[in-house]
Design a protein around this ligand. Structure first.
Ligand SMILES: [Mg+2]
Length: 230
């Protein structure tokens, strides 16, 4: 902990609400296609299409829209009326235009840590969408650097740490996903802090027990301040 120079925060479901908005749209989408397949089967098909497309489109709202369109065609055997595609496009715009709802403790934590550390946002998703969310959040002023990553694997963090001109053990990452925010950072020798959110996208779920002295589990973001003293 004493070495830490840069504290990076994941954005979606760490700084602000995200996954529930995707789930809300997914629910409407599955209901829309109930004439073709039961709700849970549509959800399964959609997830499969999303996973198949991940390498092509990456993460975020636009990729989600394209996967919904593809799922409409797939589950209807290309027989769906064009109006359903129009609806999907509306769902996507609805998702992109959602208000930003900050999670608990965020402003307090950023305000207390900012004078002593370089704070960074490290997030996946669409460049434009994430930039817009950050602007709408009013949190931009706390951050030294915003990194919108196409993925959050070891090599992606390696690049970020190099770019920040620090050593891995000077880097702390805080986020709600063990898979994306914690495990790759621990592997590099950085500090990983997990702050779970009440719901997690199936793609991010991992079942592991982490035994690493650089791993911290907290139940809400504000608890991180206990580790830094005053
Ligand atoms: Mg997240």
């Amino acid at each position: 902990m004493q070495n830490i120079k840069v504290i990076a925060f994941d954005a979606d479901d760490t700084l602000w609400v995200n996954e529930p908005y995707f789930q809300e749209i997914e629910k409407k989408f599955c209901e829309m296609l109930e004439d073709f397949l039961p709700h849970h089967s549509v959800a399964k098909e959609l997830f499969k299409v999303e996973m198949d497309n991940l390498g092509l489109y990456g993460y975020g709202a636009k990729a989600f829209v394209l996967s919904m369109v593809e799922t409409v065609l797939k589950v209807s055997n290309n027989t769906a009326p064009i109006g359903l595609i129009e609806k999907v496009i509306q769902y996507g715009k609805e998702l992109i235009n959602k208000e930003i709802e900050l999670l608990g403790d965020v402003e307090e934590v950023l305000g207390k840590l900012q004078p002593k550390y370089r704070l960074v946002v490290a997030t996946k998703g669409d460049l434009l969408d994430q930039e817009r969310k950050l602007m709408k959040s009013g949190l931009e002023k706390y951050f030294h650097h915003i990194e919108i990553m196409s993925d959050k694997q070891v090599k992606d963090y390696q690049k970020l740490i190099k770019h920040l001109d620090i050593q891995p053990d000077e880097f702390m990452m805080i986020g709600n996903s063990l898979k994306s925010d914690v495990l790759p950072v621990l592997e590099l020798g950085g500090v990983g802090v997990h702050v779970p959110y009440h719901t997690t996208w199936a793609h991010e779920v991992v079942d592991v027990k982490i035994e690493n002295p650089n791993f911290y589990q907290i139940s809400r973001l504000g608890e991180i301040l206990n580790y830094f003293g005053d």
